[in-house]
Design a binder for this molecule. Structure first.
Ligand SMILES: [Zn+2]
Length: 281
């Protein structure tokens, strides 16, 4: 506990704030603003266990891990989804302008994507934070610092990323590599496995699908936030327009998400906590 307290408050003790790494706000599952100190405190007092999900662009988290996120939420974890960029480099910006006559600067467009992300996170019912490191500009060292920041401030059980390191998008690759290479606290913070969102993946029977219908419906609803079109509300279906073919495929097969399954050894640890004094972890 002492280590945890020290970890949670060390940045205060030293008066150290990493401005670039500290998010401006963390949003609650209801979409209200809060901050890391509040979460840090309640994490200690109520013994919450966290899963932090790192998403390179808005929509990767829901496409890749929507049902997984909801599954672990039902299992009693607190979930924080961290999006690392606004995804402003998407081709959808040109499509919106050329085909639909809605023309935005990259900055404006990125903020519209952030709104889609926030709506999806409220639908999933999870905490969320937004960074703006620039589309196709992610760096391993920065992501490692972010992972360590949350690892230090919250009692993190697992860190997850959404996509394979063999993907073609450099932001996806670097996010996976950062998680693989970072040193998070042993015993408590395990480094997560990856889920791939390409439906043709050969799973070799390794993966158990144990999503409940509740997880799948919630994922579908969260995905819908990325394809909701209503210009009067400044909603432009950007997630969908970014890669319509993939979206159509995934939207029609959303139930095929590969749920990240924590290995047996990890589950033993979680169950030990579960059967301890506090039933919620
Ligand atoms: Zn992406």
């Amino acid at each position: 506990m002492l280590a945890l307290l020290f970890g949670a408050y060390s940045h205060r003790i030293w008066g150290w704030e990493d401005v670039e790494i500290q998010p401006q706000y963390i949003y609650t599952p209801e979409g209200h603003k809060t901050n890391i100190h509040t979460l840090s405190r309640s994490s200690i007092l109520e013994r919450h266990k966290w899963i932090v999900v790192y998403s390179p662009h808005p929509d990767d988290e829901t496409l890749g891990l929507g049902a997984t996120i909801h599954y672990y939420k039902r299992m009693g974890f607190k979930i924080l989804v961290v999006v690392l960029t606004h995804g402003e480099g998407s081709i959808a910006r040109e499509i919106l302008c050329d085909l639909y006559g809605f023309c935005f600067s990259e900055k404006e467009f990125g903020l519209l994507r952030v709104e889609e992300f926030k709506a999806a996170m409220v639908t999933l019912g999870v905490y969320h934070a937004v960074y703006d490191f620039g589309d196709q500009n992610l760096e391993e060292e920065k992501i490692k610092r972010i992972i360590l920041y949350y690892d230090r401030n919250l009692d993190v059980a697992y860190h997850f990323v959404t996509a394979s390191e063999s993907g073609f998008n450099p932001d996806h690759v670097v996010t996976c590599v950062a998680l693989k290479n970072v040193n998070v606290r042993g015993g408590k913070a395990e480094f997560g496995v990856y889920a791939l969102y390409y439906t043709q993946i050969d799973i070799h029977g390794r993966i158990i699908i144990n999503a409940d219908i509740k997880d799948l419906i919630c994922k579908r609803d969260a995905l819908y936030q990325y394809r909701y079109w209503n210009p009067a509300e400044e909603r432009y279906s950007i997630g969908y327009l970014t890669f319509p073919e993939l979206w159509d495929l995934l939207y029609s097969k959303y139930e095929f998400e590969i749920i990240l399954i924590i290995t047996d050894k990890d589950w033993e640890e979680v169950n030990k906590r579960k059967t301890g004094k506090h039933s919620s972890f």
